[in-house]
Design a protein around this ligand. Structure first.
Ligand code: NAP
Ligand code: ZN
Ligand code: ZN
Length: 352
């Protein structure tokens, strides 16, 4: 296939696991038939961006331009584009393409397609090399992977919905969280604070677990009915055997068995956090009460749009701290210290 005509756009990238991100220029394809060209206005900063830029999961292709919580404005559309026009406010999450034909794609579960193309770090079938993400001024995405952002939402605060939002919404919906259930959320970071908002909006009794005592008041303001400081053994013991579902959104190694013990019989501990190293799981806490330990990956395109529309109806966005693009390396260091309230969002005008 001949290489498509390209244009240049400013971005922030790194070429290896140890070098800080820095300004660069990258190429994007000119929009073809079904493509939408987007001027990126804001991009959220996910802990996965850090894991990936630093090759913590071991499969990063460089150069790496992270960023998969993208919102912006449509600047051009291909001749075959039906759903979007120039000027529309749109979003792009963790996926930019998939095979479109497998059973997972046909049922709207593109995240499980073996041919899924991640927004960054997959092979770019148009240009070769890795796909390059949203720490950039512009991106070109096929229209089926572009989402509508409800007009009433603050655009910068809506950016994190594209990953932190759908990653917490999807498992809470899949396991039918609702009134009468007791739900735990572990870790008050980008994902965790969205988990608290959604679990509360779905009508559950919400308990937030944190290692940071200074986040207790915020957790209540965000919607938690109770907050447990997880380092306090007495507070943990008081919750034993009481949860229907616990969503674990922690980015680092921690004791998973402490949370298995808090589940009722048939309760479910769902991992969305993706620490670099394996988490040891003890057999007995699982066996004794027929508990489940499971995982969940972002969400498919139809569910992501459903989540965005739900957020529009219920006025749900992320609590954000806006940064300039050149503050990204410092933001990563703060993220590692659990010092984010509760999502960094890059103002892409700062890259101009
Ligand atoms: P984040 O904003 O950095 O939040 C992580 C939170 O985990 C921290 O704020 C902290 O909360 C807690 N934490 C950190 N270190 C800890 C430790 N050593 N022990 C216990 N708790 C600790 O990260 P994020 O962007 O929400 O992402 C969280 C994880 O989800 C990352 O691993 C990310 O890669 C993964 N992720 C997965 C998916 C998916 O599809 N499954 C999608 C996106 C992200 P407290 O201060 O409250 O303790
Ligand atoms: Zn993410
Ligand atoms: Zn597929």
């Amino acid at each position: 296939m001949p290489k498509p005509v390209c244009y240049s756009t400013k971005a922030f990238s790194t070429n290896n696991a140890t070098t800080p991100l820095a300004a660069t220029t990258i190429e994007r394809r000119q929009p073809a038939d079904t493509d939408v060209q987007i001027k990126i206005l804001y991009c959220g900063v996910c802990h996965s961006d850090l894991h990936f830029a630093r090759n913590e999961w071991g499969f990063t292709q460089y150069p790496c331009v992270p960023g998969h919580e993208i919102v912006g404005q449509v600047t051009a559309v291909g001749s075959g584009v039906k759903k979007f026009k120039v000027g529309d406010t749109v979003g792009v999450g963790c996926l930019v393409d998939s095979c479109r034909t497998c059973p997972d794609c046909r049922s709207g579960l593109e995240q499980f397609c073996t041919g899924m193309v991640m927004t960054y770090g997959s092979t770019d079938k148009h240009l070769g090399g890795p796909t390059l993400g949203g720490y950039a001024q512009s991106i070109v995405v096929t229209e089926d992977f572009v989402l509508r952002i409800p007009a009433n939402l603050n655009l910068a605060a809506a950016a994190p919905l594209l990953c932190a939002g759908i990653t917490t919404y999807s498992p809470l919906r899949h396991w039918k969280v609702g009134p009468g259930q007791k739900v735990g959320i572990v870790g008050l970071g980008g994902l965790g604070h969205m988990g608290v908002k959604f679990a509360r909006a779905f009508g559950a009794h919400v308990v937030l677990f944190t290692t940071s005592p200074n986040k207790v008041a915020d957790a209540k303001r965000l919607g938690a009915h109770e907050v447990v400081v997880s380092k306090d053994e007495a507070q943990m013991a008081a919750q034993a055997g009481s949860f229907d579902l616990i969503l674990d959104a922690v980015s680092a190694t921690h004791d998973i068995n402490a949370y298995l013990n808090l589940l009722k019989h048939d309760g479910n501990l769902v991992l969305v956090g993706a620490p670099e190293k394996p988490l040891p799981v003890a057999a007995l806490p699982l066996i004794f009460r027929r508990r489940s330990f499971s995982g969940s990956l972002i969400g498919g395109l139809p569910e992501t749009q459903e989540m965005l529309d739900f957020c529009g109806q219920h006025n749900i966005t992320s609590d954000i701290e806006m940064i300039r693009m050149d503050q990204i390396n410092g933001a990563y260091e703060r993220m590692l210290k659990s010092d984010v309230k509760y999502r960094f969002v890059i103002d892409m005008a700062s890259l101009a």
